[in-house]
Design a protein around this ligand. Structure first.
Ligand code: NAD
Length: 466
C-alpha cells in the first residue's frame, strides 16, 4: 500500500517512495510519498497562498472545520489505530487511546478562542491587545506518538487562523498521511499540507523564509538545530524536547501501592514517552521492597506484536533506537545489577524486555542520558535533600514526580524539582486545558491550554486615543 502526501489540496505521489517498516516484524509493509526540496517549497507556497483567506474566515467557520477534523479521526479510529500499531509498534489498546487523544485535541481547540483584551480604558481612550495568526506554521513531529503530536500542533495552529506544513518523522509517516487524505476533504487547498522526508528536509523547512513559526517535537539535539535555523528570519518557535524525568519515592510510601503505578508510568509505550519516568530514586529503607515489587510487575508484561490483544509491551520503534537502548543496557550491566529483563533475543523485531537495573552509579549512561526505551535505573538515597539534588542534576527539566502517603509533604518536594511539570503520586498525566512545556534543555515555550493556543499568535497592542 502506498500513502500519498498532501500539497495544495492535491494528493501527491512524491518524488521517491520511502519504505515503512513494522518494528515488530522488521518487514516493509507500506511506502510513503517522499518529498524533495522542490515539493517542500510547493507545500510552503501553498500554505502561504492559503493564509490570507483562511485567516480572514470567521472563528466559527474555523471552529467547524477543526471539529470536523477531529470527527474524521474518530470516524476512522480503527484504521488509524491499526496503522499506528503497525508503524509505531505500540499495543493496539494504546494505539486506540492515542487516536482518541488526537481526536480530543481537535475537539478541545475547537472550543477555544482568542479574544481582544482591553488593557486600559479611560477618557483618553483605550489600549487593546489582539492576538493575530502568524502565517505558515511548520509542524515537525517525533515517532513515539505520531498522530497525537501532530494534533497537538495542528488543532491550535488552525483554530487561530494559521496554515500548516506538517512533517512527520520518517519512520512513522503513515498515520499523518491518512490524516492528510481526510483533511483534503475538509479544509480549503493549502490550509493543511503534509510532506514526508527521510530526515533530510527538516533544516530546509525550519530555515524557509516563508515559515513564520516552527512547532517542533523531538530530541534536544535536533531542537538546538531548529533554534539555530529558525534564527535566520527570527521565527517563533515552540520546542518540546527530550526529558530524563526523575521520580522520588518518599520513606512513607507503601511499595505495594506505588510500585505498580511507577512501573506503568515508566514502561508504557515501551518507555518511549518524553514524560515517562526515566530515573527512580528510592530511600534505603524501602529499596529492596520497591525493587521486589517492580520485578513482579516486569514479570507480568507480555512482550510481542502490538496487533496481538494480549501484548502489553511492544517493540522499540526503529532500528537506530533499538541499537541505542541495547548499548545503554550493556553499559548499565557493567555499572549496576540487572534484576529483570536485560537480555535481548536474536529473533525478528526490535524487542527489548522490560528491564530494571538496581545499585547503579549516578554516572552510568542509563542515568545521565535519556534512554527512551524499556529500561529503568533504580537509585538508592539516604537523605531527601541529596535525592532532590541528584534529581535536579540534569541538563533536562521536562517532568518529575514524588511518591508518598502524605500529599502535602509530596507537594513541598515536587515544588523543588527543576521541571516544567511535576506531579505528586502520578506522572505523564497531561491535560488539554493545562499548559505543558519543558524547563532547561527540555524545551522552549508551551503547548496546550490557553497559553499554548496563544503561542500560535502575534500579540498586537493598539492604543486607540479618544
Ligand atoms: P528527532 O529529533 O530525531 O526527530 C524529530 C523530528 O525532527 C523528525 O520529524 C525528524 O525528521 C526531524 N528533524 C531531523 N533533523 C532535523 C533538522 N535539522 N531540523 C528540523 N527537523 C529535523 O527525535 P526523535 O528521535 O524522532 O524523537 C525522540 C525524542 O523526542 C526524544 O528525545 C523525546 O523525549 C522527544 N519527545 C519530546 C516530546 C515533548 O513533548 N517534550 C514528546 C515526544 C518526544
Amino acid at each position: 500500500m502506498h500513502y500519498q502526501s498532501l500539497i495544495n489540496g492535491v494528493l501527491n505521489d512524491g518524488v521517491l517512495k520511502l519504505d515503512v517498516v513494522n518494528p515488530a516484524t522488521e518487514q516493509v509493509f507500506a511506502t510513503a510519498a517522499r518529498a524533495d526540496e522542490a515539493l517542500l517549497n510547493e507545500a510552503v507556497a501553498a500554505a502561504k497562498n492559503a493564509f490570507p483567506a483562511w485567516s480572514r474566515t470567521s472563528a466559527d467557520d474555523r471552529r467547524a472545520k477543526v471539529l470536523a477534523l477531529g470527527q474524521a479521526i474518530e470516524q476512522n479510529a480503527d484504521e488509524f489505530a491499526r496503522l499506528l500499531t503497525m508503524e509505531q509498534g505500540k499495543p493496539i489498546t494504546l494505539a486506540r487511546q492515542e487516536v482518541a487523544w488526537a481526536a480530543g485535541m481537535f475537539k478541545f481547540f475547537a472550543s477555544m478562542s482568542v479574544s481582544d483584551v482591553v488593557l486600559k480604558e479611560s477618557s483618553r481612550g483605550r489600549v487593546i491587545q489582539q492576538h493575530k495568526p502568524l502565517g505558515v506554521v511548520a509542524a515537525i513531529a517525533a515517532w513515539n506518538y505520531p498522530l497525537h503530536i501532530l494534533s497537538m500542533k495542528l488543532a491550535p495552529a488552525l483554530m487561530v487562523g494559521n496554515t500548516v506544513v506538517a512533517k512527520p518523522a520518517p519512520t512513522t509517516p503513515l498515520s499523518a498521511l491518512l490524516f492528510a487524505k481526510l483533511a483534503a476533504q475538509i479544509v480549503p487547498p493549502g490550509v493543511i499540507n503534509v510532506i514526508v522526508d527521510n530526515n533530510d528536509l527538516g533544516e530546509v523547512l525550519t530555515n524557509h523564509p516563508d515559515v513564520a513559526k516552527v512547532a517542533f517535537t523531538g530530541s534536544t539535539a535536533t531542537g538546538k538545530k531548529v533554534m539555530s535555523s529558525a534564527a535566520s528570519s527570527l521565527k517563533r518557535i515552540t520546542l518540546e524536547l527530550g526529558g530524563n524525568d526523575a521520580a522520588i519515592v518518599l520513606d512513607d510510601a507503601d511499595p505495594k501501592v506505588v510500585a505498580p503505578k511507577i512501573f506503568r508510568l515508566a514502561f508504557t509505550n515501551s518507555g518511549q514517552i518524553c514524560l515517562a519516568i526515566k530515573r527512580l530514586y528510592v530511600p534505603s529503607s524501602l529499596y529492596d521492597a520497591i525493587c521486589d515489587e517492580l520485578v513482579k510487575e516486569a514479570e507480568k508484561t507480555v512482550i510481542g506484536d502490538g496487533l496481538d490483544d494480549k501484548t502489553t509491551l511492544g517493540p522499540v520503534q526503529n532500528r537506530q533506537q533499538f541499537e541505542r537502548v541495547k548499548a545503554l543496557l550493556a553499559d548499565a550491566k557493567a555499572n549496576g545489577r540487572v534484576i529483570a529483563g536485560g537480555d535481548v533475543g536474536e529473533g525478528k523485531g526490535y524487542f527489548i524486555p522490560a528491564s530494571l537495573v538496581r545499585d547503579i552509579s549516578d554516572s552510568a549512561r542509563l542515568v545521565r542520558e535519556e534512554q527512551f526505551g524499556p529500561v529503568l535505573p533504580i537509585l538508592r538515597y539516604d537523605d531527601l535533600d541529596d535525592a532532590v539534588r541528584r534529581a535536579n542534576d540534569s541538563e533536562f527539566g521536562l517532568g518529575g514526580s514524588v511518591w508518598t502517603a502524605n500529599p502535602a509533604r509530596g507537594f513541598e518536594v515536587a515544588a523543588r524539582l527543576e521541571v516544567g511539570t511535576a506531579w505528586v503520586n502520578n506522572h505523564i498525566d497531561v491535560r488539554a486545558d493545562v499548559p505543558f512545556g519543558g524547563a532547561k534543555q527540555s524545551g522552549v515555550g508551551v503547548e496546550l491550554g490557553q497559553d499554548g493556543l496563544e503561542e500560535y499568535t502575534q500579540a498586537t497592542v493598539i492604543y486607540a486615543t479618544a
